[in-house]
Write a protein that binds this ligand. Sequence first.
Ligand code: DGI
Ligand code: FE
Ligand code: FE
Length: 192
Amino acid sequence: MTEKNNEIKKKIKKTLDKDRYQHTLGVAYTASCLAMRYGADIDDAFTAGLLHDCAKCISNDEKFKLCDKYGIRLTEIEKKNPALIHSKLGAYLAEHKYDIRNKDIINSIRTHTTGEPGMSLLQKIIFTADYIEPRRDQAKNLKEVRELAFTDIDRAVEKILYDTLNYLNSKTAAIDPETRKTYEYYCKQARR
Ligand code: DGI
Ligand code: FE
Ligand code: FE
């Protein structure tokens, strides 16, 4: 592991609870494996994995305060579903508190929950690794998605979004328009 990633690992451990830290390591290692498979930078994938949930263990109250302080604009859906805020706030913290200069890493953190149309390879890797890391056991079709992740990452992204939209619908949870837009983008792309 690079010295920089070792430092980030130590720092992030202090800000996360035990379960979240274990999930974070799972995402970092899974993202590294996907980077090996698809020819992305392994160290960058590890960094993005380590930092993707860096704002997750901040209370909702504090999340709103920090967004206000840093001038981070929130959408209506984010205001109503504060669980969505940790990706945007995390991207800001990665840049300004963990000194990440690589825009692709920052974008990967920013889009890891909903995805966005036209994602870079690293963005797709983090989005997928977050869903399939070894400790995940709740989502359905995990076996299929895990296999797909290592055979065709675009199809894995599409399947994850499809299952996520169904899951959110079954819970009657509000759907972030970005999640739906991303799904439609990857559906169309598959048919091209
Ligand atoms: O932070 P993690 O738990 O590792 O995973 P995540 O960043 O994907 O966040 C997962 C949560 O985000 C999960 O409770 C589902 C929720 N989520 C994802 N897309 C949407 C969403 N919640 C709402 N309300 N709307 C969405 O479109
Ligand atoms: Fe997350
Ligand atoms: Fe996560």
